[in-house]
Ligand binder design. Sequence first.
Ligand code: RB5
Length: 146
Amino acid sequence: MKIGIGNDHAAVAMKKEIAGYLEELGYEVVNYGTDSDESCSYAVYGEKVARAVAAKDVDLGILICGTGLGISLAANKVRGIRAAVCSEPCTARLSRQHNDANILAFGARIIGIETAKEIVKAWLDAEFEGGRHQTRVDMIMAIEER
Ligand code: RB5
């Protein structure tokens, strides 16, 4: 499975650690983020990963900025994207099981690397449950058509 990862300047170190962790878990990682600490705009990287997920260039996306907020807000502007900001594993798991989130986001200035790894593992191990959740996800996506 191919994971697209993106980040701004606030999350370069965490992005590198998470990319290495993903590879250890056996995932292929495509880096769409910045590798420089120079100040930049999270919207650029949120959109890049979102477009890669929407185009199916990658299966899922992971976005990291200072809070996870700006980068996920940008990603959620792309048609077909459901980006979820998670600061603990339970929400991450449920964002896959119930909301079919196709992008996970978190904040390098909010959580530590061990929590980030737990969140990533919980998210990737979980599967969308469909059923009543499919109906609700369909309702979210129908908003894009109005
Ligand atoms: C950058 O300073 C910071 O604003 C950004 O990483 C993020 O936290 C925004 O939501």
